[in-house]
Design a protein. Structure first.
Ligand SMILES: Cc1cc2nc3c(=O)[nH]c(=O)nc-3n(C[C@H](O)[C@H](O)[C@H](O)COP(=O)(O)OP(=O)(O)OC[C@H]3O[C@@H](n4cnc5c(N)ncnc54)[C@H](O)[C@@H]3O)c2cc1C
Length: 384
């Protein structure tokens, strides 16, 4: 899975640890942030978030889209709260979540004040509609045939706000472009949430490494030097690199105003590399597999039919596993790299945060360029 409940929990924890930002709009907003954080923590709420608008007209800011309220904004103020109208882009796991956090991470500009919001809302608020993409589990035949698609689809969704009432206590930022733009990066929220993503990705890499090794072992191909070179160079080197990034981010925190955040330099290095290298990793596993996935029986049912069972048990075996164990493993690997679930996972790793240039710019801002320049200046100063 990608967007487990701990991701937005990191956002809320970081907001509560940096309430001074929300206080700048009035201390009642800082109070709202801390109160909701405590509620989510105590009630163990699953909060999903939508912070990127739909791709309607990328050349125009929120207030100059082809129609008003294509992006979520304030349609009216009422006694006790505000009325939100519009739609928000991908909100993964909204169908599983208890609450949503809605705001913008894409920069807003002067004139966007009616859209400059941060708020939380229960998913079942009147007027809130959830449009999920097609769930992958529906197309599966069994857990054995699709072990991941059938159990771990976190279902991305688009959210429509048809005049949803949001009480003031659920509003964190109100009509304030500067605060919406500052909330993720001035607070530790972006680094903490993406540190969760980095840890998650590192665990996923270890799982991929295990799949690759077992894929070779089942055909007794793991002793071949070229197979070991592929496992080492394409897979193990990346696993070790990401493990090191997690440890470096954790052991060298950046401490500001008494709050420690995982060091952004290592978090953003991971984000910049992972969205490119995941493609190489998946290709490496496909290289090791050859046509293995396409030779599998269409369903687990083949092992119970008297007509087919004997053939499958005889011909689907591996060097080190009986037919059922081999087919089980290969179906797991295919669900990881090749099914619609696998394809969505790849898209997730590439875009769960942002496009490559955006991620790279964050890395640019986090790196210690002054130190790098000083090394060169010292070298230049040593000779005429
Ligand atoms: C599976 C999945 C799950 C996600 N889950 C969530 C979620 O739960 N909550 C959430 O808030 N977000 C989520 N996201 C992320 C988010 O919705 C966006 O997909 C992400 O921020 C990238 O923005 P975009 O899709 O608008 O792509 P874009 O930013 O439009 O990028 C698409 C392409 O256009 C290029 N491009 C963009 N702008 C320009 C420009 N000005 N000039 C030239 N080229 C440009 C980019 O380089 C890229 O190649 C998810 C994304 C995916 C794929």
């Amino acid at each position: 899975m990608g967007r487990t409940p701990d991701h937005v929990a990191c956002v809320l924890s970081a907001f509560a640890g940096w309430r001074q930002l929300f206080d700048r709009g009035g201390t009642r907003f800082g109070d709202n942030v801390v109160r909701f954080y405590e509620r989510a923590r105590d009630a163990d709420l699953y909060v999903a978030y939508g912070i990127v608008p739909l791709q309607i007209d990328r050349s125009q800011p929120a207030h100059r889209q082809p129609q008003p309220f294509l992006y979520p904004g304030v349609a009216a103020e009422r006694d006790g709260g505000i009325v939100v109208r519009g739609a928000q882009g991908i909100t993964t796991a909204a169908v599983l979540a208890d609450w949503l956090f809605i705001s913008y991470i894409t920069p807003l500009v002067p004139g966007d004040e009616d859209y400059a919001l941060s708020f939380v809302t229960p998913v079942n608020a009147p007027g809130l509609r959830v449009y999920p993409r097609r769930p992958y589990a529906q197309g599966t035949t069994s857990v054995f045939d699709y072990p991941l698609s059938s159990r771990f689809d976190e279902v991305d969704a688009t959210i429509v706000f048809d005049d949803v009432f949001v009480p003031w206590e659920q509003v964190f930022v109100y009509k304030n472009v500067d605060l919406v733009n500052a909330q993720f990066h001035e607070s530790p929220s972006h680094t903490l949430a993406n540190f969760q993503s980095l840890v998650r990705f590192t665990v996923k890499l270890e799982f991929m490494a295990g799949l690759a090794l077992k894929l070779l072992e089942v055909h007794a191909a793991d002793g071949k030097p070229e197979a070991q070179a592929s496992l080492g160079g394409d897979i193990a080197a990346l696993c070790a690199t990401f493990d090191a990034l997690v440890q470096a981010a954790e052991r060298n925190p950046l401490i500001r105003e008494g709050v420690a955040r995982p060091h952004p330099q290592y978090v953003y290095a991971g984000m910049s590399l992972q969205r490119r290298l995941i493609v190489d990793m998946l290709r490496a596993i496909r290289e090791l597999a050859g046509g293995a996935f396409q030779q599998l029986p269409s369903s687990e049912a083949g092992f119970s039919s008297p007509e087919t069972r004997a053939d499958l048990e005889k011909f689907m075996r591996g060097a080190t596993a009986d037919a059922r164990a081999r087919v089980k493993l290969l179906k797991l690997v295919w669900d990881f790299v090749g099914t619609e679930f696998g394809g969505r996972q790849l898209q997730y790793e590439m875009f769960y945060s942002a496009a490559q240039p955006v991620v790279n710019t964050r890395m640019f801002r986090s790196y210690d360029w002054q130190h790098a320049k000083a090394v060169v200046d010292r070298c230049l100063g040593e000779y005429e």
